[in-house]
Write a protein that binds this ligand. Structure first.
Ligand code: F6P
Length: 369
């Protein structure tokens, strides 16, 4: 009997733990169920064009070939956040970029390869693409990844814990130098339109103010907090700014917006510093953590979560339960429909307990009277 052929791919921005999911899915899929597993290069690129090689092309994955990858950051398959087959980026004759729909090519190549399912490891964008590809007949199991933790229907995405750990360590380092120089340090963290990284790292790193996309800020309460700290002998302050933070009656700081991609969030920390500077007596410095939060070895927590997700995804595919995304709920791995998971995003609820905890220990969110 012909072996079952399942593809696996990583889509969107990378994050620590992608390789751990691949490792577990291959060990369960190839090792236990006897599948042939095809690793697709650079999100859907390897399915849009079977000749695509940048640098290696699609890879047949075996227990042997995934040995040792569990602890490695990045993704051995490569990824892309500009490979939506329904809005695929092409260069026009005049040098500008536009988008076209190449989803029929994905379906045709999927069939040509004799695949019977696809494990798609990705964030909200990837789950929306998965939903549309499923509507065209491709059977998909989703695995929720992103450092932003903004995917609906799961308590946590893998990658988030590592990003929080990196940001927390950065805050510890920044504190030392802030204290030495009596400075106000603004630290910008990632997270897109969700403030989970800022909130968790801010609390863990002892930030004095945390600015979230979900709680529009004013600068007056922050300037007042800094003044009071100085009067009480605390000569430095640390402000964590989520990249999607916005002032009351203002918008998030957007940088470039390329065809087929989300607009880039840029400059939120610098904007806070430039406007806060004239309001306070202290010197200010800005640190943007950027992609440092996405690289490196996954935390133990993320490794375990990723392995659990990889196992569960392979088992769903083996049972033919497609259209599902594995999810963590109340400490247990379960699954939800991709349709439901891709319908909306998760955000920090300003009324949630963790925000109250932060307020209780004196963290300023910039919305205080
Ligand atoms: O979604 C993950 C993320 O790291 C966001 O936090 C950030 O806004 C974005 O990706 C950055 O994307 P890029 O790698 O394209 O700069």
């Amino acid at each position: 009997m012909a072996k079952k052929r399942i593809a696996i791919m990583t889509g969107g921005g990378d994050c620590p733990g992608l390789n751990a999911v691949i490792y577990a899915a291959v060990r369960v899929g190839a090792g236990r169920f006897g599948w042939e597993v095809l690793g697709v290069e650079d999100a859907t690129r390897g399915l849009i064009d079977l000749e695509y090689r940048f640098p290696h092309g699609n890879l047949w994955l075996t227990e042997e070939s995934v040995r040792g990858i569990l602890s490695r950051g990045g993704t051995i398959l490569g990824t892309s956040n500009r490979s939506d087959p329904f809005n695929f980026v092409v260069r026009n004759a005049d040098g500008t970029e536009g988008t076209i729909d190449v989803s029929d090519q994905v379906v045709a190549n999927f069939q040509k390869l004799g695949l019977s399912g696809l494990i798609s490891i990705g964030g909200d964008g990837s789950m929306r693409i998965a939903k549309r590809l499923m509507d065209k007949g491709i059977p998909i199991v989703g695995v929720p990844k992103t450092i932003d933790n903004d995917l609906a229907c799961t308590d946590q995405t893998f990658g988030f814990d590592t990003a929080v750990q990196i940001a927390t360590e950065a805050l510890d380092r920044v504190r030392d130098t802030a204290e030495s120089h009596d400075r106000v340090m603004v630290v910008e963290v990632m997270g897109r339109d969700a403030g989970f990284i800022a909130l968790h790292a801010g609390i863990a790193g002892g930030a004095d103010a945390i600015l979230l996309p979900e709680i529009p800020y004013r600068l007056e309460p922050i300037a007042e907090m800094i003044k009071q700290r100085r009067a009480a002998g605390q000569t430095y302050s640390i402000i964590v700014v989520a990249e999607g933070a916005k002032p009351a009656h203002g918008e998030a700081s957007i940088g470039e917006h390329k065809a087929g991609a989300m607009p880039r969030l840029m400059g939120a920390g610098m904007r806070v510093a430039e406007r806060l500077g004239p309001m306070i007596a202290a010197e200010l410095r800005v640190t943007v953590l950027g992609h440092i939060q996405r690289g490196g070895s996954p935390s133990n927590y993320d490794r375990v979560l990723a392995v659990r997700y990889g196992q569960a995804a392979a088992e769903l595919a083996e049972r033919g339960e497609f259209g599902r995304m594995v999810a963590l709920r109340g400490g247990k791995i379960t699954s939800v429909s991709i349709e439901e998971a891709s319908a909306g995003n998760k955000r920090v609820d300003p009324a949630e307990q963790l925000v109250s905890t932060a307020r209780a220990i004196g963290v300023c969110f910039g919305d205080e009277a």
